[in-house]
Design a protein around this ligand. Structure first.
Ligand code: DGL
Length: 235
């Protein structure tokens, strides 16, 4: 079991940011990354659609054999991770908008949460928001930004004007939460827009820590000398 790879997936390029962080945190592990591109984007579809995709990709991982699955997508995590955990006997890790650390941002202004249309409609997200909102969070859904990132990836600087136009709609922002892994590519751009004065939160560090700790507890971490390798599949 230990020798099996860790499956990581997203609708497209966003989850690669998670994969890279996992590779750094767990350099001896093998990974298999599925980009579910043919069925992307997830964020403006129905729940049933995303649930079906989450099941299909997980079914593929089970067929080839993985020791854990990382759902490197906020939308798929919010829609489907509960159902995956109920249905399959495998460790599942998901990624969520990091509202908890963002809530500690000092200042009286607002905290802008950027996410897909589907994420804030989910019970899981509503509970997270209720637990951490002190009245400062504004949720902004973006129906096409993830698809735009996929379209220009890796030349995301092409989105500079679009992102600046979006941020210019708000005047009193003290923090920004990236609630979609595709937006992680825009992190430096957003930090630059605010001249480095506004923290921009993503969920990579928290997720990597959880994966390492949990796989360690389950005795599923590799202890070989050799470096791991990653395989990619794009549908
Ligand atoms: N990267 C995904 C997320 O974190 C969504 C992208 C999409 O809409 O397919 O929510």
């Amino acid at each position: 079991m230990k020798a099996l790879p860790i499956g990581v997936f997203d609708s497209g390029s966003g989850g690669l940011t998670i994969l890279e962080a996992l590779e750094r945190e767990l350099p001896k592990e093998d990974f298999i990354y599925v980009s579910d591109s043919f069925y992307a984007p997830y964020g403006n579809r129905s729940m049933a659609y995303v649930e079906a995709r989450v099941d299909a990709v997980t079914g593929f991982f089970l067929k080839i054999g993985v020791k854990a699955v990382v759902v490197a997508c906020n939308t798929a995590t919010n829609v489907g991770i509960k159902h995956l955990r109920e249905r399959f006997n495998l460790p599942f890790f998901g990624v969520e908008p990091p509202l908890k650390p963002a809530a500690k941002t000092p200042g009286a202004g607002r905290i802008l949460v950027l996410c897909t249309c589907l994420t804030p409609r989910q019970q899981k997200f509503k509970e997270l928001l209720a637990a951490h909102d002190d009245g400062r969070f504004i949720i902004r859904t973006l129906p096409s930004l993830a698809a735009r990132v996929d379209a220009v990836y890796p030349r995301v600087s092409l989105l500079d004007n679009e992102v600046a136009a979006l941020l210019s709609e708000y005047t009193d922002i003290v923090g920004v939460v990236l609630g979609c892994t595709h937006y992680y590519y825009l992190k430096e751009m957003i930090e630059g827009y605010y001249g480095g004065r506004v923290p921009v939160y993503d969920a990579r560090a928290g997720l990597c820590g959880r994966v390492k700790t949990r796989l360690g507890e389950l005795s599923l971490l590799r202890d070989r000398e050799a470096a791991g390798h990653t395989s990619f599949i794009r549908w």
